[in-house]
Design a protein around this ligand. Structure first.
Ligand SMILES: Cc1cc2nc3c(=O)[nH]c(=O)nc-3n(C[C@H](O)[C@H](O)[C@H](O)COP(=O)(O)OP(=O)(O)OC[C@H]3O[C@@H](n4cnc5c(N)ncnc54)[C@H](O)[C@@H]3O)c2cc1C
Length: 411
């Protein structure tokens, strides 16, 4: 008898981990638009060279054995009635018995003029590569004799959004740039700003972690502008508004970490959604009107989870296990389950030397927290084989940042 066809859309935390758990129990196909997974919590360390691409962005072919078919393509549309999916680069439609939708969100530029065209988003390996190139290119243009005030103007970087992403990124950038200043014997210091509409940093996190974040921004000499709204991004700068006053600032790069919005593929689905456009799923992760369709991760609204987990890898990867269990149950005619999801703790990278970790209600920071974060994340990487290789590499080869060297010396 032929096995049931399970089609998984999106190879992130939700889709990849579901595929890994289902491998061998059905005819499983994973479709994703990149050839590699990205462990996003460590994208900042990839920017700083503390980790390599193979550590945090392993190729699907290395992670999936022969039990899972992988197709690299962009999903164009889903027909829930015909139970088929169309792809961008192939005329053939893919049929399924069970569908898993886990395509994640996309960067939300909230309609700010020029933001999509001129700022750098920070979700993928290519984004980190581009930002690093821009930092190196900007540094390469500064001669050692340039006066400090001119240097500061020429080396200004703006990060939009002071959520965890904006704070992790800005402290990392500032530490890298400050280190490059010493190595290149430049005068003065670089300027890194975080621009935030709200009144505080990391609004989604508790006050214990916030204190560490505020200290780190200060120590890394990141300028924080709260209650400030970006209104325009152009090829060479950013315009923002604070208390009714507008200011234009010349920048070497603007990085956009200002939020996540709905994936257009989800917008095109005619099924029940909440006000934010998230797919409403039953406690089993199935869509109400389609028992053979499961949705999880950033695109799904799941009621029984701690509110702080919304839009996190923590939730997606816990849901993947439930989705895989329930798909196996559905295919064998057994009862489906549900689960309540709690926060597993918080960990945030703060510059190249330190981090902050909240676990068991207690927060700690500094170099020890940085080590603990590396250890914690080793255990969350996909597959035992990959975890062991990466763990050994970090243990034996270290995780020292790679300095921003002049172009030609960079690798
Ligand atoms: C820089 C950064 C740092 C983060 N740090 C943390 C953290 O420290 N802790 C935490 O809990 N969360 C963190 N997050 C959030 C976390 O990454 C997301 O919540 C999580 O990845 C969501 O998982 P998902 O499976 O829903 O989607 P994703 O992991 O985004 O995966 C979706 C996949 O689908 C693919 N895809 C999208 N559209 C299509 C299409 N049409 N066709 C084919 N493939 C498609 C995408 O390329 C991607 O591979 C971070 C996010 C970012 C960007």
């Amino acid at each position: 008898m032929s096995k049931s066809k399970v089609l998984i859309l999106g190879g992130g935390f939700g889709g990849l981990f579901t595929a890994l758990e289902l491998a061998g129990s059905a005819d499983v196909t994973l479709v994703s638009d990149e050839d590699h997974f990205v462990f996003t919590p460590m994208l900042y360390e990839y920017l700083s060279g503390e980790v390599e691409a193979w550590h945090i962005a392993p190729n699907y072919n290395e992670l999936l054995d022969n039990n899972v078919n992988f197709i690299q393509d962009r999903v164009k549309s889903v027909d829930l009635v015909a139970k088929s999916v169309s792809l961008t680069n192939s005329p053939e439609r893919l049929n399924y018995d069970v569908l898993v939708v886990a395509v994640g969100g996309i960067t939300n530029y909230v309609g700010v003029a020029g933001a999509e065209e001129f700022s750098i988003p920070f979700r993928k390996i290519q984004h980190a590569d581009l930002l690093r190139q821009r930092m190196v290119a900007a540094l390469d243009q500064i001669p050692p004799e340039m006066p400090p005030q001119d240097v500061r103007r020429e080396l200004t970087f703006a990060v939009v959004g002071a959520g965890a992403s904006g704070c992790e990124l800005s402290t990392k950038m500032a530490d890298l740039l400050n280190d490059a200043f010493k190595r290149r014997a430049l005068q003065g210091e670089p300027r890194v700003l975080v621009i935030e509409m709200g009144d505080k940093v990391v609004p989604g996190m508790g006050s214990q972690i916030r204190e560490f974040v505020e200290d780190a921004l200060h120590e890394s000499r990141v300028e924080l502008h709260t209650l400030t709204k970006v209104v325009n991004v152009s090829a060479d700068g950013v315009t923002f508004e604070h208390e009714g006053n507008r200011e234009y600032l010349k920048t070497s790069a603007v990085v956009w970490t200002g939020g996540v919005r709905m994936n257009p593929l989800i917008e095109s689905l005619d099924v029940e959604k909440n006000k934010r456009g998230l797919l409403i799923v039953k406690p089993t992760l199935q869509l109400a009107a389609h028992d053979n369709v499961f949705a999880l991760g950033d695109i799904a609204y799941f009621e029984d989870a701690a509110p702080v987990l919304a839009g996190t890898a923590q939730l997606s990867f816990q849901q993947a296990s439930l989705a895989a269990t329930n798909i196996k149950a559905l295919l064998s005619g057994k009862e489906l389950h549900t689960k309540h999801f709690e926060e597993l703790g918080e960990a945030i990278s703060l510059g190249t030397e330190r981090a902050a970790v909240l676990t068991g209600g207690k927060a700690f920071g500094g170099a020890l927290a940085r080590q603990a974060r590396f250890a914690l994340y080793t255990s969350r990487l996909p597959t035992w084989h990959h975890r062991l290789r990466v763990g050994a590499s970090w243990f034996f080869e270290g995780t020292t940042p790679r300095p921003l060297l002049p172009l030609g010396f960079e690798r």
